[in-house]
Design a protein around this ligand. Structure first.
Ligand code: USQ
Length: 416
């Protein structure tokens, strides 16, 4: 099959390209390199050094003997999106090119607006271009498990049967996102569902859990590495906990640390996306996959990072600062995930073994972590400034650790 990956230079886009090539698919990508730019904007970089895209293409040519087609550009440019689809007529689009950080979207009004405008515009442009020039193409859209929030009932895959005042229907499961970023994904889901209905497009909306890991079987050389972000804006909790353990900074398990999320290893996420591509939705079908393997609490992540770090001779400590986010710190969490196993999905990786692998890879790049240690600890706040003192009185920060004060902690970046 021919697959267009939007956001091919990103954390998931790059290993997905390698994974699809290894299984005989043709890959073409589009990217505007905004992740590289925005990570720099917050003063950080990937712990794994990432070559330019041209060098990445050259490494694929040399090491795998394969070609990746590439368009440099922005999905905000409708003429470009239409031209790419008209020229390539891909069997599938895996749409990953969106602003992916919840903390980034919460910095201030400009970051909130940029997140929602960019994410919704890109998706709408793809949907319109599919309708105009490539209506047979199957859209695999990267959404997030975070669209559902943390309801006190099981979470189905997109839809559920409901009975209200004596009548029954199958309806979209309610969405209760926890950041402007997560809400942008909710709005996208509505748009993709609507476009499938009115134009008969094929679509799979992937409710992606948190992905962990930097290796897949295709990453056989450091030149093929994907990114590892660890700063407070772009690094996920697990990435940050590992970086904190290596840097001797306290591991920041927010609040009570009983917040649970669904997780999946990078290579299993790639397997899932490939299965979605190889088993397309029918024309007019909008289907939803909950894409994760197991749920872990923030405390469990912190304990695993602590344990593996200690095994390696590090001396990690765990702290519970007041949660800068507005979220349930203890809650029920039972999402269902049956659709992918029905297509042949099998989990191949366990969390702790991947964490061990990440530690080993990162210890090689310890100096790159050291050079950016000032952007690791959290500063961005979800709630308004007025409500913070009351919260901190209820949840005082843990006793300060022996770690040195953070030179780059910049309260001015905390936002209302
Ligand atoms: N957390 C901590 N300490 C930290 C950082 C985060 O306790 O230092 C907590 C957060 O409060 C939250 C949980 O860890 O309860 C997860 O946060 P995260 O930063 O690992 O993940 P999140 O912001 O939810 O976003 C990430 C990806 C996003 C993807 C999402 C999937 O950045 O692109 O959509 O995971 S999901 O979480 O299922 O929505």
């Amino acid at each position: 099959m021919k697959v267009l990956i939007t956001g091919i230079d990103g954390y998931s886009g790059w290993p997905l390209a390698l994974h699809l090539l290894a299984r005989g698919h043709a890959v073409v990508g589009i990217d505007n390199f905004v992740t590289r730019k925005r990570v720099k904007e917050v003063g950080s970089w990937s712990a794994t050094p990432i070559p330019s895209f041209a060098r990445r293409q050259a490494a694929v040519r040399e090491l795998l003997g394969q070609e990746i087609g590439f368009y440099r550009g922005d999905l905000g440019d409708y003429d470009l999106v239409r031209r790419v689809l008209e020229t390539e007529r891909p069997d599938a689009i895996v749409h990953l090119a969106e602003q992916r950080s919840a903390p980034y979207s919460m910095i201030d009004v400009h970051h909130a607006v940029a997140t929602q405008v960019e994410n919704l515009t890109g998706t709408l442009h793809l949907l319109y271009a599919m309708r105009e020039v490539s209506p047979e193409t199957h859209l695999v859209k990267m959404g997030t498990m975070g669209e559902y929030g943390t309801p006190n009932v099981d979470i189905p895959e997109g839809f559920f049967e409901v009975e209200f005042r004596g009548r029954k229907d199958t309806l979209p499961f309610p969405r209760q996102a926890g950041s402007w970023y997560h809400w942008s994904k909710v709005f996208d889901s509505g748009d993709v569902m609507f476009a499938s209905k009115i134009w008969g497009l094929r679509a799979t909306d992937v409710m992606q859990g948190v992905i962990y890991g930097i290796r897949t079987p295709e990453i056989t050389d450091d030149r093929l590495f994907t990114r590892f972000d660890f700063d407070e804006t772009w690094g996920t909790a697990l990435n940050r906990f590992i970086a904190q353990a290596i840097l001797g900074l306290p591991i920041t398990a927010y609040g009570r640390g009983e917040q649970k999320r669904g997780f999946i290893a990078l290579e299993d996420s790639m397997q899932s996306l490939r299965l979605a591509v190889e088993h397309p939705a029918d024309p007019g079908q909008y289907r939803v996959f909950n894409q994760f393997d197991a749920a872990y609490s923030v405390n469990q992540l912190a304990e695993i990072a602590h344990r593996v770090g200690a095994e390696l001779g590090l001396q990690p400590t765990i702290e519970h600062p007041p949660d800068p986010r507005v979220e349930a710190e203890q809650h029920y969490y039972v999402p269902l995930h049956d659709h992918l196993p029905r297509l042949g999905y099998v989990r191949t990786r366990e969390l702790e073994s991947v964490v061990r692998e990440i530690f080993h890879d990162l210890l090689k790049y310890r100096r790159r972590l050291e050079a950016r240690r000032h952007v690791v600890q959290p500063t961005t706040q979800w709630r308004s400034a007025d409500s913070r003192p009351a919260l901190e009185a209820r949840h005082p920060p843990s006793a300060p650790s022996a770690a040195p004060p953070e030179p780059g902690h910049d309260p001015a970046r905390s936002t209302a």
